[in-house]
Design a protein around this ligand. Structure first.
Ligand code: 5GP
Ligand code: ZN
Length: 115
């Protein structure tokens, strides 16, 4: 846990969130400012600043992140029509919260390329 990290505080329950999924390694909750009918954030319990900070030892953790996202996508009924995962990274990537998170977007047609 990083003391000054918003998402670490959400995992710890110090800041309220709408929980979607939790296990020992992964936590998921609804985005506070949804930009699609489904907009869920999937994060590792371990504080990692961004996906570029992941090391070889985090390989399994990254797999768990995607598998948890898949479970959520399935549970929310997104698989038939499709969905999008996004990991914004750094300033150019549009990252605003520096705790690695995977966005799940679903429930509408997504645009390409991203703006
Ligand atoms: P980023 O821009 O870093 O990829 O995404 C950060 C996301 O976190 C944004 O979509 C933003 O709406 C969401 N967010 C920021 N603060 C909070 C919060 O306090 N609670 C929740 N549930 N989501 C938040
Ligand atoms: Zn954190």
């Amino acid at each position: 846990m990083s003391d000054d990290c918003l998402f670490c505080k959400i995992i710890a329950g110090e800041i309220p969130s709408t929980e979607v999924y939790r296990d020992d390694d992964v936590f998921a909750f609804e985005d506070i400012n949804p930009v699609a009918p489904t907009h869920t954030l999937v994060i590792p319990v371990k504080h990692l600043t961004d996906v570029a900070a992941a090391e070889e030892a985090d390989t399994e953790l990254l797999g768990k992140l995607v598998m948890a996202a898949n479970k959520i996508a399935e549970k929310k009924g997104l698989v038939k029509e499709g969905f999008r995962y996004v990991i914004n990274t750094g300033n150019d990537g549009g990252q605003t919260v520096y705790h690695l998170h995977l966005h799940i977007f679903g429930g509408r047609k997504m645009n390409w390329p991203p703006g």
